[in-house]
Design a protein around this ligand. Structure first.
Ligand SMILES: [Zn+2]
Length: 493
């Protein structure tokens, strides 16, 4: 038997741990995992020279199509995924109006369309422009959409919906009109709607889950007001308005509601020690809660010199919070890593959009756009700060960046594991290879990175998507349109 591809002389990180064995790949699937002499003959043979083979990284938390049109974001940002070893992304999309034909910039409430109408366009744009596989976690923002969750799951394989609970009271948040229309505000959006979604998620069953951005906006908006009155507009004020308590309060509240409803809750981007503590308590109380954090909360602190560039939402906290989050990963409270990849240039970050741009007021933190990119640096930062720093093992890295994510989102064992029958999504890493992170080597529209200057290891030297080599010798050899939409499977337990 001759297969398409064989990779030998490597350490494969299997579910059972690293193992000195090679892989055979045929028609996009892994067909054998064996010691090198036992591998079949192949059309192409790759000698991995002792490197580690990991299952492709899955980033469940990107916001492509949020600040720029979806097709542009997919074609400009997913090459960064490829170069970073990320073979599947989960896009969190706000108003479907963002990507409907000729509606790239919805400006009024009427531009907000149902996902039933919008989904086929999303899939089509994705499969025409993405370099990697993708799925979607749409924002739901009305009773109509919440009542359509079962249809989304059965018809489109969408088993996760997102609530931006920090935007729950648009009357109290300082949201500009264009952004409001993009995310569909004002809308029928309160805890009652979230609870209704949780009850529907419980009816559908895992992997269906409700994802919540936990951050009590009633608290943060009052604190923001007080900080503004006192004249604060420095970067640290962004953190002070939300120093962990608003996050923790929301985690506790939505964990309670999820437990009563009997559904799975996915707490996105946990950023603080207080928030983590509530996640831990909720799990001990029997809540089916999956906590996620992001590299920026693990590797950065609010006191770092990047100033306004550090503005992300929720804010980056103190060093002790970062250390607590690492502990949360080690103990298993935090199960998944996502990047919260939001594309913008420095200029765009400073002006956010034309409506808010005011000359002479450029370093007012309240006027700075929030978000940062991370697809290209996810694996190197987690390897450098996690594995090389001695905080986590390589198996743990694979769990939090791939297998746990696949399990949470209903993609396992098709994705997230090196197993016979699984998609041949893989990354080859030579851990001694070190390279400095600078914005100009990253594949993204953005012109800055929070990790500028960091000497990092964990860079992929080969990325394979469903058996096809898409990154090799520092070159993207895949093309846009290689990515396929991934339906999630409802029966997975
Ligand atoms: Zn996000």
């Amino acid at each position: 038997m001759t297969v398409d591809l064989v990779i030998s002389n490597c350490v494969s990180v299997l579910d059972s741990g690293p193992n000195e064995c090679g892989l055979a790949i045929d028609e996009g699937k892994i067909v054998a995992i064996a010691k090198d002499p036992l591998l079949p003959d192949a059309d192409r043979k790759i000698n991995a020279q002792g490197g580690y083979i990991l299952p492709g990284i899955i980033d469940p938390h990107v916001h492509l199509g949020t600040k720029y049109p979806l097709d542009e974001d997919l074609s400009l940002e997913t090459p960064g995924a490829v170069a970073g070893g990320v073979t599947t992304i989960g896009d969190m999309l706000g108003s479907p109006g963002c990507f409907l034909p000729h509606r790239n910039l919805p400006t009024c409430e009427e531009d907000v369309k149902s996902w039933l109408e919008a989904f086929p366009h999303f899939k089509e744009i994705g499969e025409a422009n993405s370099f990697v596989d993708f799925f979607v976690s749409p924002q739901v923002q009305s009773e109509i959409e919440v009542n359509e969750m079962q249809v989304y799951a059965e018809k489109f394989g969408i088993t996760s919906v997102k609530f931006y609970a920090h935007m729950k009271r648009p009357d109290l948040t300082d949201v500009n009109p264009q952004w409001k229309s993009r995310i569909g505000l004002p809308c029928d959006y309160d805890d009652g709607l979230i609870y209704l979604a949780m009850k529907n998620a419980a009816k559908i069953g895992p992997p269906e889950m409700v994802m919540v951005h936990c951050e009590n906006s009633e608290m943060t908006s009052r604190l923001t007001k007080a900080l503004k009155i006192s004249g604060r507009k420095d970067p640290a004020a962004w953190q002070e308005r939300s120093s962990g308590l608003p996050e923790a309060e929301h985690v506790r509240r939505y964990a309670y509601l999820a437990r009563v409803a009997g559904c799975r809750l996915y707490a996105v981007h946990i950023s603080s020690e207080l928030g983590l503590r509530e996640c831990r308590n909720a799990i001990l109380d029997g809540t089916d809660l999956i906590a996620e954090t992001c590299p920026q909360y693990l590797a950065k602190t609010r006191d770092d010199p990047e100033g306004y560039l550090l503005k992300v939402n929720p804010p980056i906290q103190k060093r002790d919070d970062a250390l607590a989050l690492w502990q949360g990963i080690v103990e298993g409270t935090i199960k998944c890593i996502g990047t919260d990849h939001v594309v913008q240039t420095k200029h765009h970050k400073l002006s956010q959009d034309d409506l808010r741009q005011t000359e002479g007021d450029r370093l007012n933190i309240w006027e700075v756009g929030s978000g940062s990119t991370g697809l290209n640096t996810l694996l190197p930062v987690m390897w450098t700060e996690g594995v090389r720093a001695g905080r986590i093992s390589i198996e743990k890295l694979v769990q939090i960046c791939s297998s746990n994510v696949a399990k949470a989102f209903g993609l396992f064992p098709k994705k997230g594991t090196l197993s016979v029958g699984s998609d041949a999504d893989l990354v080859l890493v030579h851990p001694s290879y070190q390279k400095r992170i600078t914005a100009d080597i990253l594949r993204t529209r953005s012109d800055y990175t929070l990790f500028e200057g960091k000497e990092a290891v964990g860079w992929p030297s080969l990325t394979i998507l469903r058996g096809k080599i898409i990154y090799e010798e520092d070159q993207i050899v895949g093309k846009k349109g290689d990515g396929l939409y991934q339906r999630r499977v409802l029966s997975y337990k």
